[in-house]
Design a protein around this ligand. Structure first.
Ligand code: GDG
Length: 461
């Protein structure tokens, strides 16, 4: 069996905290394989003269890290990836900035990175590329002669074909994606969107088992729903750190119902809509005033992109207004914390909260929904309210599903969750817990890699 080569925009190198479960999962996939390489951006932005490639070994894994120059960081990362691809893939064509120079920079960085990887590849390596930053990476490798197996996984949604087609460079991107042998998506809906787009715009022939023929190549487009390590979250929720955090918050909230939201501060996460819904809950339900708290943790991300700054200001204003309208001497309805906390703290707070409010306007999967479920006390679980536009909703129908644009319906769901009898909470939680365990992160990576291995061996997956 050849080595596994993981390629992603950011690499969780040794010494860096592997904050997310995903970083841990990929490190484990590499370790499990016996030998592997993790290749990507070092996280450093440096002058061109000193831009280099660093190699760090840990166990049987080699980490190969490339710096970006200021211009590359601006054009490729902040520019085309985060100002064009991210909004369009999340259905926000209105926020997209389509700058040809930024696309050229994106393509050039994909090319440069592919060329930096090529010399260290071995013929039987299995290459797994991640996410929207690297849509052209496979094609660049092929252009330079790579003939081995190539897999790609998209962590964010693949939008409806007519939305994807709004990207001025959609044809170039589709051509690039067709160079992968396996293209993985979070949900069946994403895979279906991609297949329909390839059929409508490029005359692709749709075959059985997720296979399709386009641009003279046969590729497989399938869903591989990502998950978490539920046992780890259960343990964290009961750890000293988790319990301490819960006790600190419980001292303030007392016996009031706690509603929790945890999201990177991003316009895809539906934060203003959520604050509106919570405000509506208090407007419409006098009996709940003084009896419920919203704790929203929203660590800022990618601050230099204008839309994020605007979001921060809007949230400050909205939360301030609800608090101004309803706070009392001993009660502030919304606690909004624009900073990050450790995973142990988050797990403890998930367990304390009667309601997990996960209402993105669009999300590839949404791991917070799964973490909330995994952290619950089975005897007295909380209620998950989940946006129907999160990938997670495809298999988590036992949550209270809401349209996050519908402020009234979301507010009503919060009320229902707060009042839900224990028996119904348990029934719903058991179904959700089964799903979180069935599609955990280990299954995700094993399913993807065995499909890719099968393709590499020339067999059907
Ligand atoms: C992308 C896709 C897809 C949040 N605040 C803190 C913190 N977090 C952690 C959460 C969770 C992770 O960040 C967020 O994951 P999500 O899945 O919710 O969303 P994205 O970051 O947008 O991730 C998404 C995912 O990729 C995986 O494929 O599900 O759809 O958009 O794990 O717990 N972690 C810490 N402190 C915080 O304050 N330590």
């Amino acid at each position: 069996m050849g080595r596994l080569v993981v390629v992603s925009n950011r690499v969780a190198a040794p010494g860096e905290t592997r904050a997310g479960g995903l970083a841990v999962a990929l490190a484990e996939a590499l370790a499990e394989r016996g030998s592997g390489v993790w290749f990507g951006w070092s996280g450093d932005v440096v002058p061109r003269e000193v831009r280099g490639v660093r190699l760090i070994a840990e166990g049987t894994t080699e980490f190969v890290l490339s710096d970006l120059t200021e211009a590359e960081h601006e054009g490729y990362y902040l520019g085309f990836a985060n100002r064009a691809l991210w909004p369009v893939f999340h259905y926000r064509v209105d926020l997209g900035r389509f700058d040809e120079g930024e696309f050229d920079c994106y393509a050039a960085v994909n090319r440069r990175l592919a060329r930096a990887l090529l010399p260290i590849l071995r013929r039987d390596d299995l290459i797994w590329v991640h996410d929207y930053h690297l849509l052209l990476f496979g094609q660049e490798l092929r252009n330079d002669g790579w003939q081995g197996a190539l897999g790609f996984f998209l962590h964010i949604p693949f939008p409806a074909p007519e939305v994807f087609a709004a990207l001025p460079q959609h044809q170039r991107l589709a051509r690039g994606l067709a160079e992968f042998d396996l293209v993985g998506f979070q949900t069946e809906r994403d895979a279906a969107n991609f297949r329909r787009y390839m059929a409508d715009s490029h005359g692709a022939e749709l075959l059985a088992d997720g296979r399709l023929r386009a641009f003279g190549r046969t590729i497989v487009a399938r869903a591989f729903p990502i998950g978490i390590d539920p046992d780890e979250f259960g343990r964290l929720a009961e750890s000293d750190e988790g319990r301490d955090a819960a006790a600190r918050v419980a001292r303030i909230t007392g016996d009031r119902a706690l509603v929790i939201g945890v999201d990177r501060m991003d316009y895809s996460k539906g934060l203003p809509e959520r604050v509106h819904a919570f405000g509506r809950l208090l407007d419409d339900n006098e009996d709940l005033r003084g009896r419920v708290n919203l704790l929203q943790i929203a660590p800022p991300s990618r601050e230099s992109v204008d839309a994020y700054r605007d979001l921060r200001e809007e949230l400050d204003r909205l939360a301030g207004r609800v608090n101004g309208d309803y706070s009392d001497l001993d009660w502030t309805p919304i606690r909004y914390l624009a900073r990050s906390y450790s995973r142990g703290v988050l797990a403890g707070l998930y367990r304390l909260a009667r309601v997990g409010l996960v209402t993105p306007l669009r999300d590839g999967m949404n791991l917070v929904a799964k973490e909330y479920v995994a952290a619950q006390n089975p005897d007295d679980p909380g209620v998950l309210i989940l946006s129907e536009f999160a990938g997670a909703a495809e298999r988590m129908g036992a949550a209270l599903l809401v349209n996050p644009h519908d402020v009234g319906a979301t507010s009503e769901a919060i009320r229902r969750a707060i009042e839900m009898p224990r028996e119904e909470r348990q029934e719903r939680w058991q179904a959700l817990d089964r799903e979180v365990r069935e599609h955990d992160v280990t299954r995700w990576r094993r399913d993807f890699l065995s499909a890719l291995d099968a393709l590499a061996a020339g067999a059907a997956p």
